[in-house]
Design a protein around this ligand. Sequence first.
Ligand code: ADP
Length: 471
Amino acid sequence: MYLKKKGNIFHTVTFRLTLWYTVLFASLALSVFFIMYITLTSNLSQRMDANLLNEAKEFGELYRTSGIEVLKGEFERETQSEGINRMFCRLFSPSMETLASSDLGVWANLDLQQSILEGFSNKAEAFKTLSIPGYEYKARVIYKKTHDGNIIEIGYTLRDDEELMEDYREIFGTAMALMLVCGGLLGWFVARRAMTGVERVTQTAVNIGKGGFAYRVPLGNEGKEIENLAMSFNDMLERIESLVTDLKEVTNNIAHDLRSPITRIRGVAETTLTGESSIDEYKEMAGIIVEESDRLIGMINAMLEIAKVDSGIADFSKTDVDMLKIIKDAYELFQPVAEDKGIHLEVDLPQEPLIILGDCARLQRVIANLLDNAIKYTPAGGKVLLRAKTAQTNMMISVIDFGVGIGEEDLPHIFDRFYRGDQSRSMPGNGLGLSLAQAIVHAHGGEITVKSHLGKGSTFTIILPRTSFQN
Ligand code: ADP
């Protein structure tokens, strides 16, 4: 599928990996070949030179002890046994006059070279590699001075060495071709195996693109990296799926929650159009419209605020805020409300200030939301307690009520946007207060938790890090 989509096999990672693999394989094999080739040639040439030198020394010695005639006989014998096209021997004077030589055969075309003599005038011997005119193979030649100043020349064909190297090159060429084919196939296999995992991810993405959110990448055994990729991809899908579900839920909730105030506004507006009402009735209707509009604005503002805080784009002022003061202010603000409802509001606070680096207005909102809920969900005659404690690195603020409590099935959802518990349907509210409180607490690096039992009451606890100047 992936290949089909791309259209060109040369653009696939599999092809490129295979190519790299093959090139690497070939370069390594070539390097090994060259090292071996150079070593072998140098060994062969050293061996040849050592043999030539030995031979030249033996001839020199024979010439010194037995004279030119014996040397000549030895030249013949030696070249006959080696083959006259493989070896030749010669003795010549410093003036380049040949004094004795073996049967020259192909070597006859090889001129004596003055330059060679000049080249080794100070040395006892010299080596040369020469091409013989009209002969396919090269020859290695030694020139060695004799005791009386003449020069012994021995030449040996390099035919064996050259043939050996030729065999070596042929064997290597065949081996190299085989290795390239095997290397390429192996590379292709390895790359394909690795890439099938990636293709599975692609296939899953394509399926999801067609709308099947339930698809997941099946795990294979191509190796840890591919497995990690598949698992991360599946995790990401899990997260996206839950976000999409949340989004759907939130959208449904928004639609639902916006519909009732708008329907009410519309109904009232319709009455003003159709009915014959008194001025006071019109005023009352306008009041309802204002009230419902305020509810809508409040809800929209809360939604925007949660979205801003959650996504981290909210403008947070960072000052030293005393949470103790915020709690006391909230206590004073809500005291009359609690009293009106017949609820006993109590505080249990430490002496020293509770300083946190944060946004004062938003932290006030957190405490106000929790306290408002506690009073709202506690029947008349009940009690609400505000408690704060400090620890080494953080502070703990609890809003405890002995009211209606939260059912077990509601408990995991009460921090969700727009979620309203079963007990609260009859109460005013929009299900955004706790989400906003949680978003603000998280933005301050804190945690908010709840413990509750139906009919017994609830305890909301905030843990905030202390960044104080009081220590
Ligand atoms: P609202 O109070 O506007 O419905 P919240 O986000 O503040 O929205 O709370 C979400 C839900 O959590 C409420 O609908 C209610 O069911 C439950 N809840 C919150 N605080 C309390 C409380 N102190 N006692 C009982 N239930 C509570």
